[in-house]
Design a protein around this ligand. Structure first.
Ligand code: OGA
Ligand code: NI
Length: 346
């Protein structure tokens, strides 16, 4: 009798078992499918950060503020993260996902509380429909607390990822200061609310999919953290919700995509929106995306900035610790698009 091996990772199901149909547990009900024909191709603002530290800082801050208010998403160029650091990060990710199954599985866990873990879909413990994605999730600030947990294969993995996340953290801190200023707050205000600060990242691997109309890489969701800095390869897949349509945001070389997460929406008291986005898959090509999630540390208390709460604009959210928010996020299995509703002021 033939033995049926149940694969833990989607990439092995696709590459080794050579399936030509999407397995039933990945298929969305008809009304929840991506409807790829109705997607609009458009762009999001592209902001040049070159002038962020010169006499025209005010103009750049205005552009960032407008993008946060009107789109919740923007791209940045001249962002100070070296090209080599980025290409090494991309290559080491590709090499990791090309390792033999047994080697990759050494990092496998389905426990969202683990600080380093290779997993699949979103949260296999709680979700009803699976997503067309494998991912390696890492905590990466303070780096010395986590680096010893990271994979050692490929051999350059730790060095390349450490260099990348240290450099991207510099960019995150600059952007958070700029966002603070754009809200009319002190430059250091948001940074001071984040406790000891934290930084996570995901190395997302979306295999080619035989029926991309039936499933998602990731369904529509908002990011729970403060801001996300997304690096993606040249394969399209990211879509952003805007004016009642899904807008495809195609990759632009040497840029990062920045989006506002739920914690900025809360601190800004709804001035800035944490916008829905999703990742779709395609028949031909694997896709890699690497979001850096900049966040408060777990004990940090988050709430609307007092300066942005007035009689006319009362606090929309209550105060909570980031730990409480984080737990709610992972437990709902992306069944609801956002967790913000659970933290409204009464
Ligand atoms: C995410 C995400 C988008 C992408 O990981 O939260 O939205 O393009 N990823 O992979
Ligand atoms: Ni996201």
């Amino acid at each position: 009798m033939a033995t049926i091996t149940k694969r833990l990772l989607l990439s092995d199901l696709v590459s080794t078992d050579k399936i030509d149909q999407v397995p039933s547990n990945y298929i969305r009900p008809i009304t929840q499918r991506p409807n790829l024909q109705s997607v609009v191709h458009d762009s999001i603002p592209l902001i040049d950060l070159h002038n962020l530290f010169g006499p025209n800082r005010g103009q750049v801050i205005d552009q960032i503020g407008r993008a946060c208010r009107d789109y919740g998403f923007f791209q940045v160029k001249n962002h100070s993260v070296p090209e080599l650091t980025i290409s090494n990060m991309m290559q080491t990710t590709r090499d990791f996902f090309n390792l033999p199954e047994q080697e990759r599985l050494k990092n496998y866990s389905d426990d969202p509380q683990k600080t380093t873990r290779l997993s699949t879909s979103f949260n296999v413990r709680t979700e009803k429909v699976a997503n067309w994605r494998d991912y390696l999730r890492l905590h990466c600030y303070p780096i010395e607390n986590f680096v010893h947990e990271w994979p050692t294969n490929p051999t350059s993995f730790r060095a390349h990822v450490a260099e990348y996340c240290t450099s991207v953290r510099g960019l995150a801190v600059q952007l958070i200061e700029a966002i603070s200023e754009s809200l009319g707050l002190e430059k250091e205000y948001i940074g001071r609310q984040l406790g000891k600060h934290a930084q996570h990242m995901a190395l997302n691997y979306y295999p080619p999919c035989p029926q991309p109309d039936l499933t998602y890489g990731l369904p529509g969701h908002t990011d729970l953290n403060l801001i996300t800095i997304l690096l993606q390869d040249q394969v399209p897949g990211l879509q952003v919700w805007r004016n009642g349509h899904w807008v495809a945001v195609d990759p632009v070389p040497n840029t990062f995509i920045i989006n506002i997460g739920d914690q900025i929406q809360v601190m800004s008291n709804d001035k800035y929106k944490s916008v829905l986005h999703r990742a779709v898959v395609n028949c031909d090509k694997e896709r890699i995306s690497i979001p850096t999630f900049y966040c408060p540390s777990p004990e940090a208390v988050i709430g609307p900035a007092p300066e942005l709460v007035t009689d006319d604009e009362p606090a929309v959210y209550m105060q909570f610790t980031y730990e409480e928010y984080y737990e709610k996020f992972w437990n709902r299995g992306l069944a609801t698009e956002s967790c913000l509703d659970m933290f409204m002021a009464t």
